[in-house]
Design a protein around this ligand. Structure first.
Ligand code: PBE
Length: 269
């Protein structure tokens, strides 16, 4: 059962793009791709990151065709032999940036916390380390703690010169995406090191942006720009604290490498 699956068989057998949560930017982009490439034979099936990962695992065990909405950094590229499909129409944009965003007023109201989230910056390799540990079964908070224990010198750069506080609350808002679970849990530990009592709030993508605009939440490290969350960013009054990841994040459609196609165009029946 080791052979390549031909383009003809893929077009015959595939009826869905296996997606994640409907609010994700990559879901919007996948709908865009269905239009741009006229993929009338496919519909986007939304669910969650974990169901997508489960479906991907099952398909690979069975050596069946599957196309998923994908992004990196993400552990699936280390766990499986996957390839992004070329996107000549640019439905998914190009290289993205992951930004830290905060509610307006945070800088003056919680200057110490603001400084820490503004300083937060790590690499794609760092993020992958935490994500892989979680994928292999670690609790996210424990995986983050282990990374911090092994990389305190990086955390020191984020908290260096920041005054300590005495148990003040600080809320980080995120969506349940593996990449953002990793970054938010690590940043929470850095904020705790300067004395904050940190709460992580997991919501959907739209509500995440709204909760910062309304001031209900303090900050987030989950903003993917310019394409993935471009429309949310344009519509929201939030402070953009800039890039927090050194790497080349991107979104797109990915397939197991045993599928004999290279481009989104090849999905059209
Ligand atoms: N993601 C992970 C998100 C941003 C981070 C690519 C799944 C999205 O599509 O909105």
């Amino acid at each position: 059962d080791e052979g390549m699956i031909s383009k003809e068989d893929i077009q015959k057998d595939l009826s869905v793009i296996t997606g994640i949560d409907p609010g994700a930017g990559v879901s919007q982009a996948a709908e865009r791709a269905i239009e741009d490439y006229d993929l009338t034979n496919l519909t986007l099936q939304t669910s969650s990151s974990s169901s997508m990962a489960q479906a991907l695992d099952t398909a690979i065990q069975k050596h069946e065709p599957i196309v998923v909405t994908a992004w990196n950094p993400h552990w699936k590229f280390a766990a499986y032999d996957l390839k992004y499909l070329d996107d000549p129409e640019g439905s998914f944009g190009g290289t993205e940036e992951i930004h830290t965003i905060a509610r307006q007023g945070l800088e003056s109201e919680k200057p110490e916390g603001y400084q820490v989230v503004d300083n937060f910056f790590w690499s794609e390799d760092d993020m992958n380390e935490v994500m892989l540990a979680v994928h292999e079964g670690a609790d996210p908070a424990e995986a983050a703690q282990e990374w911090v224990d092994n990389n305190q010198e990086k955390v020191d750069e984020w908290i260096d010169g920041v005054d300590t506080v005495d148990g003040e609350s600080f809320s980080l808002v995120l969506v349940n995406w593996d990449s953002e679970v990793a970054s938010s849990n690590v940043l929470a530990l850095a904020l705790e090191q300067v004395g904050y009592d940190v709460e992580l709030s997991v919501v959907e993508n739209g509500p995440m942006w709204k909760s910062l605009e309304s001031g209900d939440q303090d900050a987030s490290v989950a903003a993917w720009l310019p394409i993935t969350h471009g429309s949310f960013f344009d519509e929201s009054k939030v402070d953009d604290l800039g890039v927090n990841l050194d790497g080349e994040p991107r979104i797109g459609l990915a397939v197991p490498s045993y599928m004999d196609i290279d481009s989104i165009e090849d999905l059209k029946a």
